[in-house]
Write a protein that binds this ligand. Sequence first.
Ligand SMILES: Nc1ncnc2c1ncn2[C@@H]1O[C@H](COP(=O)(O)OP(=O)(O)OP(=O)(O)O)[C@@H](O)[C@H]1O
Ligand SMILES: [Mg+2]
Length: 257
Amino acid sequence: MVEAFAVASGKGGTGKTTSTLALGMALAEEYDVTVIDADTGMANLLFHAGLDDADVTLHDLLIADRDAAVEDAVYDRFGMSVVPCGTSLTAFEAADPKRLRDVVAELAAGTDVLLLDSPAALGSKSAVLPIVLADRIVVVLQPTVPSLSDGLKVQEYAHSYGTETAGVVFNRVRDDEDVDQIADQAGRYFGGQTLASVPESDAVRAARRSGEPLLAHAPDDPAADAFREAAARLDVRDGDEHDVAERFRSAVVPERV
Ligand SMILES: Nc1ncnc2c1ncn2[C@@H]1O[C@H](COP(=O)(O)OP(=O)(O)OP(=O)(O)O)[C@@H](O)[C@H]1O
Ligand SMILES: [Mg+2]
């Protein structure tokens, strides 16, 4: 079985990478989980997962003449298989985003849950690919109306490629924010469920600084509880791994500049 999720947002900095690793660790209690940094232009998952010194990364798999094997870029961390991406601009420019299809297809064949940490904007070929490839998106938003509007654009795009919405994670929610009212609107517009409201938390920032996912660094923090709740609501589906792999391999990469 396998289901692929893209963790996506409209704008940057909403907490996609934090959410990808937190959901991944929570789901790893029950499933075999593979997390991929598909934000190949602004990769930062490696810093959140203590992998800044990784030798082989996704970039090596996306550059034709590097000749790296997929398993060389897979690291066992925090109970998950983690595929980090490098941060070099030269490597990003040399990378062929279309090769991500084959990499994801190969990884899909050996795992239950694939989580693709996705780029923020929908402006380029490499940015839209995770959303096109995934079965469902998890939209990470701050609980404000402009953020909702950005998230809706991402959802509209996803739906045009047959990718469904798994739900919305409201992140960095402060005590004084009326998240219920926003969640209400989100429910109406997204047609997807609210997976969780994750509070603004010092532990999230401290986890990042220590190079550990939140659920490893501060498992008892209320933000960690909220992510576990979100993971439980995801209701992972058991897609046939061969069908999923085939779909990835044959996916049409939209022409965008
Ligand atoms: N709930 C939270 N409480 C406090 N800080 C948070 C929270 N969630 C995320 N942050 C902080 O916000 C910053 C951005 O988070 P993160 O890197 O996960 O976002 P992102 O959406 O992946 O960003 P980008 O679009 O740049 O990839 C990080 O410094 C992170 O520690
Ligand atoms: Mg990120």
